[in-house]
Design a binder for this molecule. Structure first.
Ligand SMILES: [Zn+2]
Length: 503
């Protein structure tokens, strides 16, 4: 995964001494940047990306001549600081004293193992437990950090870091780095002109996150100018317009309750594909009464870490226990979540909610799974949480203006249990539901986040493998910048949020 940054970089004007090649300049108004300097910056920008592409070459083989290690692309090292984030695949990065991990998903900890001896790893308490348990990383390298508190990073030249809950998977966090630039660490040939200056830089690394008003209202972030935001742009495309996560969680819990309490009630129209019923309501009439011993098992598909909220909400609504295999249970026990731990049981027959790998939520595999619990459960409802389920109605306008996008999205009817439709493969005994449950920001949320944050430069960290896609994403960054200026001129501040946890 390669990142992308906002394309126009204003030149630094308060650089100490002669200006060297810079790829992460502090934010300033572009109005005082002449066309030539922007061109220069864009050129350097492209050069930096080329360098990054070479560094990420999938055919790379470690040899003596290349130093036996893959070079770290510029965006893995915080400019001017001896700090790397989610950069374990590059071995010992020159000048780096502190290796940060945003969360315990494999694409972020690539190569981290029991053999790690390169340097101290900083992460949240939950992530620390997970990497020690799953990867057998030696505890002596792992330094858990408290959330919401600024901690001075040793040997960093005085950089402070504040971890902030990312709203992604358990243990995930954003890192807010604040401090001076003291070293051109990393493999990039692009050096910062600010190394050695007294200027304090502020970088917000988002890792993977689902943007929420709580991020921009966080006391460590609110009202502060962020020089550079490393943005999780997984869904930076207007076609990704799934509903707020809290609404989706409540909808699943309510639907599960209705099905389990009255298993003969079929909700929705099984012919409706995907989430096209988001805006309509249909309920089938009750069928004939079923025998009282008809028990429904709720099965939720998850990855190794993530989607726990949906499981907890369903189990709480059904007042039942949660079962998963021993491997998964051990991972869940790494998390700092007493509510979840209290729900767990090792007896599958005692639990009305089972957690299984995502791939089990297909009609064939779910049927086989249900047979194992014959006598106790005769029906199953499978939830398949994914960020990809929502399909926009055909002919819908996927490219509205940003103000239109915000007003339309905020005017949408709430997502409820009637919005969930069984998938085509569902049968009277097996009902499958795709759920637009995402642990990454929707396009709308990314927009609200960007418009509500005082930030100079954005570097995307996902979905930018080639120049064309980088250009496409860069266009949105430009639109956000323009819209932000308009909002400022109109006296509008941050985007109004509907609830404390969503815009
Ligand atoms: Zn992740």
């Amino acid at each position: 995964m390669k990142p992308l940054s906002s394309p126009k970089i204003p030149p630094p004007t308060d650089a100490p001494g002669p200006r060297k090649q810079s790829i992460c300049t502090p934010s300033q108004s572009t109005s005082n940047a002449n066309a030539f300097s922007i061109l220069m910056s864009s050129h350097k920008e492209n050069e930096a990306w080329k360098e990054a592409s070479i560094a990420e070459d999938p055919s790379f083989k470690p040899t003596k001549s290349n130093g036996g290690r893959r070079k770290a692309p510029f965006y893995k090292v915080m400019q001017g600081m001896p700090i790397a984030v989610d950069a374990f695949r590059y071995g010992s990065i020159p000048g780096v004293e502190a290796y940060f991990l945003t969360h315990a998903h494999s694409d972020h900890y690539t190569n981290l193992s029991s053999n790690w001896k390169t340097g101290p790893i900083y992460c949240s308490e939950g992530t620390a437990n997970l990497i020690v348990h799953m990867l057998q990383v030696d505890r002596k390298w792992v330094h858990p950090l408290p959330l919401d508190v600024a901690t001075i990073i040793p040997n960093s030249g005085g950089v402070r870091v504040t971890p902030i809950e990312a709203n992604h998977c358990p243990g995930s966090c954003l890192f807010l780095f604040e401090g001076p630039q003291t070293i051109n660490a990393g493999d990039s040939t692009f050096n910062s002109p600010y190394v050695g200056s007294s200027r304090v830089f502020r970088y917000l690394h988002c890792g993977d996150f689902r943007a929420s008003p709580q991020h921009v209202l966080h006391p460590a972030v609110k009202g502060k100018r962020i020089d550079c935001v490393y943005l999780d742009t997984t869904y930076l495309d207007p076609k990704y317009c799934f509903p707020p996560q809290p609404q989706v969680i409540s909808a699943c819990a309510e639907l599960a309750k209705r099905i389990v309490m009255a298993p003969s009630v079929a909700i929705g129209d099984s012919k409706a594909p995907g989430m096209s019923g988001w805006f309509t309501r249909k309920e089938k009439p009750k069928d004939e009464k079923e025998p009282a011993n008809e028990k429904v098992l709720v099965v939720v598909g998850t990855y190794s870490i993530g989607k726990e909220r949906i499981v907890k909400a369903i189990a709480s609504a059904l007042k039942t226990k949660v079962y998963c295999d021993a491997r998964k249970a051990a991972i869940l026990r790494c998390q700092d979540d007493t509510e979840l731990h209290a729900l767990l049981t090792t007896d599958p027959f005692e639990a009305g909610v089972h957690v299984v790998p995502l791939a089990v939520i297909t009609s064939d595999r779910l049927k086989t799974y249900l047979e194992k619990f014959k006598g106790k459960f005769s029906k199953a409802v499978g939830f398949r949480p994914t960020g990809w389920t929502y399909t926009a109605p055909s002919g819908s306008d996927t490219l509205p203006s940003l103000p239109q996008l915000i007003s339309r999205t905020q005017a949408l009817a709430p997502f409820t249990h009637t919005s969930l439709r069984p998938q085509r493969a569902s049968t009277p005994t097996l009902q499958l539901y795709g759920v637009p449950y995402s642990e990454h920001s929707s396009f709308f949320e990314l927009t609200c986040f960007a418009l509500s944050l005082e930030c100079g430069r954005i570097i995307a960290t996902v979905n930018v493998g080639n120049e064309k896609s980088r250009g496409k994403m860069g266009k949105w960054f430009e639109k956000w910048e323009t819209e932000k200026k308009k909002r400022k001129e109109a006296g509008e501040g941050a985007v109004r949020h509907r609830q404390p946890d969503y815009w």
